[in-house]
Design a protein. Sequence first.
Length: 755
Amino acid sequence: MKRFFLIIILFQISWLSFSQENLAFIPKPHQIDYHDGFFELNSETVIQADEDSFEAKYLQQIIKNQLGLNLEISTSSKADSKIVFLSKIIEIEKSFKEWYNLSISKNKIIINSTTSQGAFYGVQTLIQLLPLENIRGIKIQCLNITDEPKFQWRGMHLDVSRHFFSKEFIKKYIDYLAIYKMNTFHWHLTDDQGWRIEIKKYPKLTEVGAWRNGSMIGHYTDQTFDNIPYGGFYTQDEIKEIVAYAKERHITIIPEIEMPGHALAALASYPEFSCNGGPFEVGKTWGVLEDVFCPKDETFTFLENILTEVMELFPSEYIHIGGDESPKVRWKSCPHCQKRIKDENLKDEHELQSYFIQRIEKFVNSKGRKIIGWDEILEGGLAPNAAVMSWRGTEGGIAAAKQKHFVVMSPGSHCYFDHYQGEPKNEPIAFGGYTNVEKVYSFNPISKELSTEESKYILGAQANLWTEYINTPEHAEYMLFPRIAALSEVVWGTSNSKEYKEFEKRLISHFEIYDKKGINYSKAIFEVTSKVQPAENGVAFELKSANPNGIKYTTDGSEPNVNSIPYEKPILVTKSQTIKAAYFENGKAKSATIEQPFFITKSTGKEIELVHQPHENYGIGGSFTLVDGMKGNSSKFGRDWLGFWGDDLEATINLGINTTISKIGINTLLSEGSWIYFPKEIKFFTSIDGVNFQIVKSISQNEIITAKGKIIIEFPKRKTKFIKVIAKNNGIIADGKPGAGSKSWLFVDEISVEL
């Protein structure tokens, strides 16, 4: 049976190979020396390795499936043409035991390594030199590669709670990680919307908790649901099979069992471990829900029993316990919780959460393991031996590293693959944000704020794939590819954001393989992207693509074709109009059409200053986003919105000259499931000198709600040169609301000024 699975597995992976003419290695090796000549691979070539070498069998099967050559594996060979695996021949200290050397001469290929993991990466590099299919005379460039990764945690995450994915797809997902030399799979197995792992001691976790009575349809803002039962879970036998599968590919699976929040599926199964006793229903809605585990002794026994079974299934050093987005509203009114706070001399509910995490950590440590959690576990005091996964930016990771705790960087700004990766207007519905390939590639897991010594606590980085809006394997692939390639080079340690175009060329060469093997991937890298800059009496609309000479556009709202206006320089936009553009190659459209309506007012393109800068996750266009003539889409808060986390908007626009006006407008956004709330108040001011401002009008939160966030104030005509708009952040989110106890997001866009 094991041999059967081996053949299937290798067949699945064999698609990732590259034309030797491109030598498009991803991740790029640290050192490559090219030599004259070629190694000729043929049916007489022998693979010399130990008989039980998985890496040798892996390579053998790929060559057979891909090139039709059935190479012999032999422990010794006198063949003139051979591929030799050398293990521990060179005694050399390497950081993570993942070092390898690939040496190709005219009659021999040597894969030298200190461990089987290094050998596996050498094989992956060799595969990238093989042609896609059998050709007459398979020649491989002579070269020498010496290589090892910079970071020891090179990870990808997958949420299977919001949407469930089959065992077969999980294996395929692991294959995807393996070919890009990733070594960690973070498996998000439990959440409010579904419990996905069989626990023998508590069968109702899967009998009840693995199934919900419907799901959200469309975006959270739509608040629409179906009533179709949905669910699934993995048996312990399936998990053992998947863990073994990953181990062969040198991938460690980190299971995540969420606590104390995101616990509704568990509480629907066992309500006695809540604060109020239920009854509960497995979550149908996305977002943050208020019912969490109650930190009483019986709950800890329950969780310890669960973790015992989890640790028996997963041999990983770290167990992920979540720790994020845990509302305190139930704890505040719970007698058990208040007694615990008093008995343990805790300050408040935040310290109670720290107590919860530290108690779980002691148990996990007693089993010889360590915990890792999202950066909220820093609040109230970090557990002594815990590692931190920093997702709300890099600040939490920096703070943890300074405290000498290990850190995995996973900020939403660069590592959330549920964000849009192309123009949001042209993409399938996503959570929000804008994280394209170039942005992923630009990420540096080590902050400049850390000293050399502190930097040693950065284990690496991972990207997260949350699946609220991803319900099929094809869609998951689309969100994963090709961004995983960019991340792999970041964590391997050979990325260089200044040489992105060189990486892009290598990446594009992979697309042919994706096409050949039916991988559903994003082609956003080909699409026409845009950038808006200030211009006299309006804005300049700059277009980019893989080949700018292939862009054609229209300004009358019609669809572009090969005979449309060729793009040569930024388009001057001085009046309201709609521009459409697409990239053409050989007379055919290579990209989807981008469509950009412009709404030009007296503020468009003018100088603007902000007192508080937007959060890095939602500030790609900077302050100019508010006067660029483009209105944000309320269901796709990606590039066209500015997001402020806990801060107010205070913007001052300089119109340049005294101008007569009578209207000012601003758009704000509400998406409570994403912690985005309307401002408490918006105030509008005008000034002639930019120093002395006169208030024009103040709009209350109730008025903003009535107007659905789209505010336009009218007043008697007046002359002004400066306009100030202050939108007060909603502040700390109230109990009973998604994100209760956390800072609110304020999203704003387009300040318009009219006569």
